[in-house]
Write a protein that binds this ligand. Structure first.
Ligand code: F6R
Length: 612
């Protein structure tokens, strides 16, 4: 969701901010804008649509200047329009703000400001905030930093903001609570952004602004305070991010690149953590919580979307191998339903971005009620790793495609490791079986490499079903979470309506949908539910549905029934989620491309969902 970028220093600010906004496009947005202090004084450009529209519109404008702020907006309060785009300005047009987050009490504040004579040009909560800051500055006769501090003490909600004062052009003021913000530290220059992607080409040194912190940023000064006015010492950290990981590397889309990266990303995720010959898993990040995990009365996995699907595979894996009771919860439901939690529970929060608002709120609730909180996160330094007791990074590398692919398989890998880690310490598996499973897991990246060779076949199948209006995805056991994930992937990037179900549930309703137009994608590999899935395939064929089956290499039985088959290498059924996901990702990708969809930035979606 919304991306923010700012620059102050001696370079030309416009290209830095514009390119920064392009780097943040993956977060999802529907309008863009930049405010710059330039030779002519000051200008603001904002436009509904993509950053490219803003770029085209400003092609012949004076864009010179050394201080600028820019924003990509994902609409919450008010439609995507030029007027609602950021930056927003104060009543006197002196202060300009960009904001990621939501000011929850904006309506009350707006009514009060209207009563005192303010007029507003947009429907946004953000414009209310900058008017409030302006008013406080005028009444208190203070500097901008203090006015922002006082204003933020009166607002409820989440924010990462940057403010530019055209009368005082040698400074920016930034603050955060609940929305991410990174400050890049250069030589007499500072870069500000929602994440490190716009910063990495200029500096590796960054300060992660913490919640309830406010910063005064000049080209040669960074002053950070808490909202209670206590000055903080900025902690400069070095980024591990590599610029190449933000490029497409010869692929047409980031999603395709990220699908093909999975042998590497899963290998990176396991590196230093599995020792197959010794039957050992080491998870340094959560080592100190080994006893908590193995003695937990219950493990509650909280997540949203694709990460929730990873959580569901975690339930199957942990219960099967670690023999601990697991519940998987949508974070958005968990946070509002007064859940029963005790200090004997371990909560595992799963999040690619580490910034998902619902997951963060669910963590806070579980924490208040005494549970131990572990995190599984991909983005190093994100908010979730900072509010959990301990955790495991997935090390999948930056995921730019909005639809999660390599981050999902890395989450499943970590959950597999956690299941085997518990089994090892709880001794719920014979040592020989543990060695067997770890050896099998170690071989998964190579098996994925092999099955990626099916890409062309999958593209051909995609051509055959690209005009479908509905699709069903069915699986049993370990195949069920994958059916859910396959359906989500297809619907989010191709806009085809798709549903995932446990295969046996089909006859309790969805079977009514099946006719000769309906593609039904089965996870039909040779595992404990193979024969049962075959019966379900027959039920679909009897009603003339189009069957596409993911089968184990060498299968003949399903091949005789299905319209199209995609083979995956044989492996223990525990690894089905890792293998069977890949062809479903490719299928969704090719269908979406053939339908002319923007696979990397599907409509209405955001990469990190920082509002509830
Ligand atoms: C779908 C997708 C989303 C995310 C969800 C949670 O491809 O990526 O469903 O999984 O928004 O996001 P994170 O994992 O960042 O908490």
């Amino acid at each position: 969701m919304c991306g923010i970028v700012g620059y102050i220093g001696s370079r030309e600010a416009w290209p830095i901010v514009l390119n920064g906004l392009k780097r943040l496009e993956y977060r999802g947005y529907d309008s863009a804008g930049i405010a710059i202090i330039n030779s002519a004084g000051f200008s603001v450009h904002k436009k509904a649509g993509k950053v490219a529209c803003l770029e085209a519109e400003t092609a012949d404008k004076d864009k010179s200047g050394h201080v600028a702020i820019g924003h990509t907006r994902w609409a919450t309060h008010g439609a995507p329009s030029d007027a609602n785009s950021h930056p927003h300005s104060s009543n006197d047009n002196r202060l300009h703000i960009i904001h990621n987050g939501i000011i929850e009490n904006y309506l009350i504040l707006k009514e009060e400001l209207l009563a005192r004579g303010h007029t507003f040009k947009s429907e946004t909560d953000t414009e209310v905030l900058i008017h409030l800051i302006e008013e406080i500055q005028n009444i208190e006769q203070t500097d901008l930093l203090e006015a922002v501090r006082l204003a933020l003490n009166t607002v409820i909600g989440a924010y990462a903001i940057v403010i530019l004062d055209r009368e005082n052009p040698n400074q920016l003021v930034a603050a955060r609570k609940g929305s991410p913000m990174v400050i890049g530290v250069g030589q007499d220059e500072y870069f500000i952004a929602s994440d490190a992607t716009p910063i990495i080409e200029y500096t590796k040194n960054v300060v992660y602004l913490q919640d309830n912190e406010i910063a005064l940023i000049k080209h040669n000064q960074l002053l950070i305070k808490k909202l209670n006015n206590v000055v903080q010492t900025p902690l400069i950290q070095e980024l591990e991010l590599k610029l190449e990981s933000l490029e497409k590397g010869g692929f047409e889309h980031f999603m395709m690149k990220e699908i093909f990266e999975q042998p590497r990303s899963i290998r990176d995720c396991m590196r230093g953590r599995i020792f197959p010959l010794e039957g050992k898993v080491e998870l340094g990040g959560i080592k100190q919580y080994t006893d908590k995990l193995k003695n937990a009365e219950r493990i509650i996995i909280i997540a949203c979307g694709t990460s929730w699907h990873a959580g569901l595979t975690g339930e199957y894996l942990i219960e099967e191998y670690g023999r601990v009771k697991v519940e998987v919860e949508y974070a958005s439901e968990f946070r509002y339903r007064n859940p029963i939690i005790s200090d004997k529970d371990v909560v595992i929060a799963v999040s690619q971005s580490g910034e998902t608002a619902d997951t963060m709120a669910a963590i806070e609730i579980a924490k208040e009620r005494g549970a131990t909180i572990l995190g599984i996160c991909n983005v190093v330094g994100a908010s979730i790793p900072r509010i959990t007791d301990a955790g495991v990074y997935t090390h999948a590398g930056p995921e730019i495609g909005v639809a999660s692919t390599k981050a999902f398989t890395a989450q499943v890998t970590v959950l597999t490791l956690i299941a085997l880690f518990i089994a090892q310490h709880k001794k719920t598996l014979p040592p020989a079986k543990l060695i067997d499973l770890l050896t099998g897991l170690d071989a998964i990246p190579d098996k994925i490499q092999t099955l990626l060779q099916d890409n062309e076949l999958i593209e051909q199948i995609a051509s055959k079903i690209k005009n479908a209006t509905n699709c069903l995805f069915l699986g049993r056991g370990f195949g069920f979470p994958i059916a859910l994930e396959g359906a989500l992937k297809l619907k989010e990037i191709s806009y085809i309506h798709a549903e995932g179900y446990p295969a046996a549930e089909m006859k309790h309703g969805p079977i009514a949908l099946i006719d000769e137009q309906m593609p039904v994608i089965f996870i039909a590999t040779k595992n404990s539910s193979y024969e049962k899935v075959i019966s379900n395939i027959q039920e679909v064929k009897a009603r003339k549905g189009i069957v596409i089956a993911i089968v184990t290499q060498g299968d003949t039985k399903v091949k005789n029934m299905a319209d199209h088959c995609i083979e995956i290498p044989d492996a223990d059924e525990a690894f089905l989620p890792l293998l069977a996901t890949i062809p479903l990702q490719l299928l969704a990708y090719h269908i979406a491309v053939k339908r002319g969809c923007n696979v990397d930035q599907p409509r209405n979606l955001a990469k990190s969902v920082t509002v509830e």
